[in-house]
Design a protein around this ligand. Structure first.
Ligand code: PLP
Length: 423
């Protein structure tokens, strides 16, 4: 018999108050506004329980980090085993988890990308990729895309494409140009002899789940080659099965020079990021191997999680499952759009990275609040608040996925009802 869920004695009011006083008062208000005022306590697969024992269906999967759901048994077992022996590295002896994970990644990464550096987050992976591109080419410039999201450290922010996050921190890293995503001509014009790299998400996640034209990535590959620049694929969100292929750049048969990973790489148990490249590009980092380093990046616990995560994703062919379930989600979203064309402008995505574009960000916020009332967790995309993303674990039970999409439909109806009352 399973024990009752929840944590008797946890006072949600006190947690909110401590957020307000000691974390960030604005963040506490944002949680309240979205209708998420409960304290998360325990989770399994695609279900979360709050401190009062109420269950929630998770359609967000930690912004994609929980590709295997919460607490996947194989990853927990691998991390527990490592924890019992050596959680953190001496940093002076060789670490087997690092070596094994780098070798496993080399086996699944596209083309001859076979060298990896491990860090703790997506933003750090992007920082490393940008540094590598500058070092290898001896050039300063980077071309990035409008609406792109690469993280919020200074370098990653400099190549991200939403002014509201960028402007307060100006001046950012220089020599960065932004061009419209999906526009090959604009890219060709912006890339020149001073360009170290083009950084692009194969499918923009936080930009609002935007799938570019089929020829976009191949064109980017060609433009970079012609200019002697490197192509960085930021697969932090799209990588490791999310879009129905192991890496989203494989949909267009493009092999980038550098790939950034994070989120799903840690198996939903540990923070883990990586940037990876070919021996030829990597050579510049090998002359002085301490040019780029991290005390905690690539620690044994995280690498053990990464190894187990890759084994789970490949062993259970989760990219194929994401492709199949993604088609099903998109079909249902298309029905939703047909029924609510007045508020839904578009539905789109690939695999289990899908989104609903509302005509108005306020409607999107009302829909998220409606989902919260139904104890279904979803969120808008960071660089485009008009888009509500459906980005569950790749392991989500089909019945739960169906229930979540039905709740989305009910929430759209409810939002329309509320708006009608205001009219
Ligand atoms: N790159 C992409 C494509 C992302 O979607 C994100 C986060 O959403 C990042 C980088 C930054 O990752 P992190 O939040 O782990 O720094």
């Amino acid at each position: 018999m399973s024990r009752p869920k929840g944590a008797p004695g946890t006072d949600a009011g006190e947690v909110v108050e401590r957020y307000r006083r000691h974390v960030n008062a604005g963040l506490a208000s944002l949680f309240e506004f979205m209708g998420f005022e409960a304290v998360e306590w325990e989770a399994d697969g695609s279900t979360i329980w709050d401190a009062e024992g109420r269950d929630y269906l998770d359609l967000l999967a930690g912004f994609g980090a929980l590709a295997l759901g919460h607490r996947p048994a194989a990853v927990v077992a691998a991390v527990t085993d490592q924890l019992a022996r050596m959680p953190l590295s001496s940093r002076v002896l060789l670490s087997k988890p690092v070596a094994d994970l780098a070798a496993e990644l080399a086996a699944i990464l596209p083309g001859d990308i076979e060298k990896s550096f491990f860090c703790n987050s997506g933003a750090e992976a992007v920082e490393g990729a940008l540094k590598l591109a500058r070092l290898h080419t001896g050039r300063p410039g980077v071309v990035a895309t409008e609406g792109g999201f690469h993280g919020k450290t200074l370098g990653a922010l400099s190549v991200s494409g939403r002014e509201v996050y960028r402007a307060p921190f100006a001046p950012l890293v220089p020599e960065v140009a932004h061009v419209p995503f999906g526009d090959r001509d604009a890219l060709a014009t912006a890339v020149g002899s001073e360009t170290a790299a083009v950084i692009v998400e194969p499918i923009q996640g936080e930009g609002g789940v935007i799938v570019p034209p089929d020829d976009y990535l191949p064109a980017a590959r060609e433009i970079c080659e012609r200019a002697g620049a490197l192509l960085i694929a930021d697969e932090v969100q799209t990588g490791l099965g999310r879009t129905g292929a192991m890496f989203a750049c494989e949909h267009s048969d493009v092999v980038p020079d550098i790939v950034c990973l994070a989120k799903a790489l840690g198996g939903g148990v540990m923070p883990l990021g990586a940037f990876s490249s070919t021996p030829q590009v990597w050579a510049c980092l090998e002359e002085n191997p301490l040019l780029h380093s991290s005390t905690l990046g690539g620690n044994p616990l995280a690498c053990a999680a990464g190894l187990a995560a890759i084994e789970e994703i490949t062993g259970n062919d989760l990219p194929a499952r994401a492709a199949r379930l993604g088609d099903r989600v998109l079909n249902r979203l298309r029905e939703l759009q047909a029924a609510h064309n007045d508020v839904v402008a578009d539905v789109r995505g690939r695999g289990l990275l899908t989104g609903v574009q509302f005509r108005d960000a306020d409607v999107a916020a009302l829909v998220i609040a409606g989902l919260a009332q139904r104890r279904v967790i979803a969120a808008y995309t960071l660089n485009n608040p008009e888009v509500v993303r459906i980005e569950p674990a790749l392991t989500i039970p089909e019945a739960d996925l169906d229930r979540g999409i039905s709740a989305l439909g009910e929430s759209v109806e409810q939002a329309k009802g509320l708006l009608a009352q205001l009219d």
